[in-house]
Write a protein that binds this ligand. Structure first.
Ligand code: PLP
Length: 382
């Protein structure tokens, strides 16, 4: 049986991770080494120097590539380092179309780092093809997609976005951080590149920062591998070990994240202090049907506005006891934040600025009733 014929959970535990050849260790060891002995000049066992390749990183790259249904995968030191590598694929005079609610760090990278070097960009509403068409230029080489988006949980039809880009000779990149390959596999939907912040659900325990790029195309893989080695923004072996360990439980964690998020959404929908709840699982969400088609379930992220505006949002985020006020997302513990002043402060005052009454939840794996009670008591008090 070929590796890709096994189910997702089996591949999460075994892909790229046969017992260690030297010792039989069942768990891939942390190869904490920078260099490798060579028998003769140029004669080695596949490894020369750990910026280029390291066995713990190779195991992670094979496993996560398999979960994304990708031929090749490349681990990076952070999600931003992974995004940086993808943007470096572009010739200097290129134009990219990015979501008008892109993750703030993506927007900052495009506008402040690549912008001065010549990259041009337009932010568009990606759920509206007319908006994408209006943003398109002859020099557009990349359509950058997030789905669900951070922090508004907008949904983009990935298959349609990829077709749109391909018809115009461009490539389609999907940031799959919020969904993870358990809920959504963008390459199978036609995307060319998947990027991840493995810091989030893939690591899953708020104890590591990492990034990933997955591709099928051999030319793209060669170029990304070159950049990974030449630029050198690689994760250390211990960080690779942590992400690899996280992957083994991804499927069961995602199922519980989704179930707990649905329970929280149910309460929020009925609470008078809450304005608009954004969750792709709600039939009233404009992207619900697309999400139901392209995702296995609707994820663990929830966003909502408060009737009492920014003041109420700021009060709420400091009143919860189980939901910890913190940036980041996707781990076992529940987190709450106000994007306008926290995760999305880098887009303040720009066209991507976030409503200050918006609160974002990363619903964790605690007992669902405890999470609902915690939010209810905090909402009752504002
Ligand atoms: C959707 C998304 N993409 C990319 C990133 C960047 O990842 P990292 O923080 O690992 O650099 C984040 C971080 O929050 C994110 O939420």
């Amino acid at each position: 049986m070929k590796e890709q014929d096994f189910g997702f959970e089996t591949r999460a535990i075994h892909a790229g991770q046969s017992p260690d050849e030297a010792t039989g260790a069942v768990v891939t060891p942390i190869y904490q080494t920078s260099t490798y002995a060579q028998d003769e000049v140029g004669v080695h066992r596949g490894y020369e120097y750990s910026r280029t390749a390291n066995p713990t990183r190779t195991a992670l790259e094979r496993c996560l590539a398999s979960l994304e249904g990708a031929a090749s995968g490349f681990a990076f030191a952070s999600g931003m380092a992974a995004e940086d590598a993808v943007l470096r694929l572009l010739p200097a005079d290129s134009h990219v179309v990015i979501p008008n609610d892109a993750y703030g760090g993506t927007y900052r990278l495009v506008t402040q780092v690549f912008g001065p070097a010549g990259l041009q960009y337009t932010a568009a509403e990606l759920s509206d093809q007319d908006s994408v068409a209006a943003a398109w230029r002859p020099s557009t080489r990349l359509l950058w997609v997030e789905s669900p988006t951070n922090p508004l949980l907008g949904i983009v039809d990935i298959a349609a976005a990829a077709r749109f880009a391909h018809d115009r000779g461009a490539r389609c990149v999907v940031d799959n951080t919020f969904a993870t390959p358990y809920l959504q596999q963008p390459l199978a939907l036609g995307a060319d590149v998947v990027v991840h912040s493995t810091t989030k659900y893939l690591g899953g325990h708020s104890d590591v920062v990492g990034g990933f790029v997955a591709v099928n195309d051999v030319g793209l893989a060669t170029h990304i591998a070159y950049l990974q080695n030449a630029v050198g923004a690689v994760p250390g072996p211990f960080d690779c070990f942590l992400v690899l360990r996280g992957l083994k439980t991804l499927a069961v964690r995602m199922e519980r994240h989704c179930a707990n998020a649905a329970a929280v959404v149910d309460m929020l929908e009925r609470h008078p202090a809450v304005g608009h709840v954004r969750y792709p699982g709600l039939p009233t969400h404009p992207g619900h049907e697309i999400a139901a088609r392209q995702m296995r379930d609707f994820g663990g992220m929830v966003a909502f506005t408060l009737e009492g505006g920014e003041e109420a949002a700021l009060k709420l985020v400091s009143r919860t006891r189980l939901f910890t006020l913190a940036e980041s997302l996707g781990a076992v513990e529940s987190l709450i934040e106000q994007p306008a002043q926290m995760t999305h402060a880098s887009v303040a005052g720009s066209e991507l600025a976030v409503d200050p009454s918006l609160v974002r939840l990363s619903v964790g794996l605690e007992t669902a009733d405890d999470l609902v009670d915690d939010l209810r008591q905090a909402l009752d008090g504002i």
